[in-house]
Write a protein that binds this ligand. Structure first.
Ligand code: MN
Ligand code: MN
Length: 319
């Protein structure tokens, strides 16, 4: 029987449009809360887009994702998983970045995730732009991790604008250089769009990253691609990073770097369902940019993807 404290507020008890919006209507349990040490999976907001190089806005993502996530109910429609009964989940609040400093923001976010790891808490993060994943990995990785990465872009660029190291196009280059990721256990799915050059792809291939470009994704289909992805990361500790621009901009226009010719909303959900059974130490959903989709549709897809990721994180771990 799930502890009622950690069960989201039901739409039968308080209408979904009422109340203070936390992620999925979970209790708000910040680190100073007396029950913080009981949390097993933390939903975390990282409202920071200091790594964005073109169209900013994901700093507003967590707030819109919280609002959209009040639509999420208790049970997965296909698998029947009830994640809030399988693990003690909570909205632990936002990591406060320094909007005027990239280095200080990286430090603050890293410290927060180190604290989560020290408490044995696995995070499900709402970004923020994709640079957020680097300090998250710095905080979480006590050994090189595998990673399943959904994105239009490799985010493996060496640098930007004359040597800048920290942008949302470089996080996984840094993570591999720093030994946070084992490149031979990294798979990137959905890569497409026009490019500056092939430097990122060549780097990835040279260190053993498996890149499944969109042509191959559609040629082989979700089942075959995801079976291979799960085989690549294997049974070791694995991070899942989900850039909303993986999805076709028809379904997810609210993002800074959209690329046409991508998966549908249904395929976007489907890929997550194959992650069940992996040893997922953390996951994120990044690059939702409310200013580019004031309808909130992108955020609702993002919140739904967070629910899919949460189910994959807790499935099979029921006490
Ligand atoms: Mn990205
Ligand atoms: Mn991207």
């Amino acid at each position: 029987m799930a502890d009622p404290f950690f069960v989201p507020v039901s739409g039968f008890d308080l209408p979904r449009f009422a109340g203070v919006p936390t992620f999925m209507r979970l209790p708000h349990v910040p680190p100073e809360h007396p029950r913080f040490d009981e949390v097993e999976v933390a939903l975390v907001g990282v409202p920071w887009d200091g790594g964005t190089t073109n169209r900013p806005g994901p700093r507003h993502g967590p707030r819109q994702l919280r609002d959209a996530s009040t639509m999420i109910r208790a049970q997965h429609p296909a698998s029947g998983i009830r994640p809030f009964e399988a693990a003690r989940c909570a909205d632990v609040g936002d990591v406060g970045p320094n909007p005027a400093s990239i280095p200080d923001s990286l430090k603050r976010i890293t410290a927060f995730y180190e604290m989560l790891r020290g408490n044995g808490i696995r995070p499900l993060t709402a970004g923020g732009d994709h640079l957020c994943s680097l300090p998250v990995l710095r905080g979480l990785a006590d050994q090189p991790l595998g990673m399943v990465h959904f994105d239009s872009h490799t985010d493996l660029y060496k640098d930007y604008f004359g040597g800048e190291q920290y942008t949302h196009g470089t996080p996984f280059r840094r993570a591999i250089e720093e030994g946070l990721l084992d490149p031979k256990r990294v798979v990137q799915i959905g890569i497409r769009g026009t490019m500056y050059d092939s430097e990122d792809i060549e780097f990835g291939e040279s260190v053993g990253v498996r890149m499944i470009r969109i042509e191959e994704f559609f040629d082989r289909g979700v089942d075959a691609v995801m079976a291979e992805a799960c085989q690549i990361v294997g049974s070791g500790p694995t991070y899942v990073s989900y850039d909303i621009d993986f999805v076709d901009p028809t379904y997810a226009p609210g993002t800074g770097t959209p690329e046409v010719g991508g998966p549908t909303a249904y395929q976007a959900l489907q890929v997550c369902r194959h992650l069940t059974g992996l040893d997922i130490v953390g996951a994120d959903l990044v690059e939702v940019s409310p200013p580019f989709d004031t309808s909130g549709g992108t955020a609702f897809l993002g919140a739904s993807l967070m629910f899919e990721l949460l189910c994959a994180m807790v499935a099979g771990r029921e006490a």
